[in-house]
Design a protein around this ligand. Structure first.
Ligand code: CA
Length: 420
């Protein structure tokens, strides 16, 4: 295959050389997995390129970081190594470096199996969109308690579950769970969730972490971010609303979280950096930054009913986020909590000011009161069996796009009995 022709064809795609997102894949008929980089409709096998000496300048160490079934070894190397690898790749793609002769390192995208790109140690989900938190607060507690008084002072979050994070394409089994008693004095229900929802979020992967007891300053925080993914925090609202007080989300959230297979490097997103919302009151000094901390990433969620057409549910933007990723990291580690390579942090649902910019059904249907018309005679309040939910994301300037690809999951019926 002619690499330079592939580069030319990729120029107009969302996976152009400006992007170069990482993934973990298995080549055709091979069970083993290794690290790849997407280019147009193809993947570059980073293990082969590493073995051929392409990344010598990056000083990645004596052991291979790309012939690995996860990105963890590479992302632990840190920002300088990430940059040197990107530079070497760009030199290869511009024709300034010769491709390794006689080696097969290019695969058509459709021929490979994509895997979860990272071994996730810990997963933290923030709640950093003011529009989302205000809408949910109003639905659950009424207009005068939209935001609790800690919300404007710190990025609220909870510790999620890493074991149930799956890659795009995996089916999502409707969960069983306890829900609020119909008779306030009676026992709770125990049944498959009837209020299954999605949450449109952006996740980011931690590269080098911090030692237990140390903290990461807001100035250094972005140095710890390797790259970003699209994330769907599947949510069972009926289970959640019964269980969440006083300690927060548990079984209403931890049955599944889906991430996209492509990890877009933070370095590729630098041209799309913008100012986030003005913060009033001013945060405490450890959360203050002089650098713009938001990124202009356009986001959409689509619902495809069984045998139906995709219907766009919402269209929003990552730059609406009130608390930046840097603020989230500075806050997360401010008590000495240690982040580690491969940790996944997520933004929380990204909602905007308009009704069409709400990033979950709880907001879009206003607690279930306002069904959504799918345009084909179907309506939805919550997700039904067989529905497919897809999140897409991209950055665009002057017609040139950097894409995140898509994040999809289809709802599988609940097990027939609670003793599954
Ligand atoms: Ca969430």
């Amino acid at each position: 295959m002619d690499l330079l022709k592939i580069v030319r064809d990729a120029e107009s795609s969302e996976f152009s050389p400006r992007n170069l997102p990482y993934c973990v894949f298995s080549p055709p008929q091979e069970p083993s997995a290794r690290v790849g980089v997407r280019l147009g409709n193809f993947l570059l096998d980073m293990g082969v390129l590493e073995s051929a000496g392409l990344f010598k300048q990056a000083a990645l160490g004596p052991k291979s970081v790309f012939n690995q079934p996860s990105l963890n070894a590479f992302i632990a190397c840190g920002k300088t190594a990430w940059h040197e690898v990107r530079r070497a790749l760009l030199a290869l793609l511009s024709g300034a470096r010769r491709p390794p002769g006689g080696l097969s390192f290019i695969y058509p995208r459709q021929s490979v199996l994509l895997r979860l790109p990272v071994e996730i140690g810990d997963y933290t989900d923030f709640y950093a969109s003011k529009h989302h938190a205000s809408n949910v607060g109003e639905v659950l507690r009424g207009k005068d308690q939209r935001l609790l008084n800690n919300w404007l002072r710190l990025p609220v979050a909870y510790h999620g579950r890493a074991s149930s994070i799956v890659v795009s394409g995996a089916g999502i089994r409707r969960p069983w769970g306890q829900t609020r008693p119909r008779d306030p004095n009676g026992p709770p229900e125990f049944s498959p969730s009837a209020r299954l929802d999605f949450e449109l979020e952006v996740g980011y992967l931690i590269g080098p972490g911090n030692s237990l007891g140390d903290s990461i300053s807001i100035k250094a925080a972005e140095d710890h971010i390797f790259g970003l993914v699209l994330l769907n925090d599947w949510s069972a609202r009926d289970i959640q609303s019964w269980e969440y007080q006083p300690l927060g989300p548990f079984l209403g959230k931890n049955f599944a979280t889906t991430i996209s297979p492509w990890v877009v490097p933070l370095e590729a997103l630098q041209p799309y950096r913008v100012a986030g919302p003005k913060q009033d009151p001013a945060p405490l000094p450890y959360l203050q930054s002089e650098q713009d901390g938001a990124f202009d990433i356009q986001l959409e969620a689509w619902l495809t009913p069984p045998n139906g057409q995709p219907h766009r549910l919402c269209y929003t933007n990552f730059s609406y986020l009130y608390w930046s990723m840097a603020q989230q990291i500075a806050h997360h580690t401010s008590n000495g909590c240690n982040l580690r390579p491969g940790d996944l942090l997520a933004s929380g649902t990204v909602s905007g000011p308009e009704k069409s910019e709400r990033g979950c059904l709880l907001e879009l249907t206003w607690g279930g009161d306002e069904p959504i018309d799918l345009g084909d005679g179907n309506q939805r309040v919550w997700l039904q069996d067989g529905d497919e939910l897809t999140i897409t994301g991209w950055c665009e300037r002057e017609g040139a796009r950097i894409g995140f690809g898509s994040n999809s999951g289809r709802i599988i019926p609940a097990h027939p009995s609670p003793q599954h």
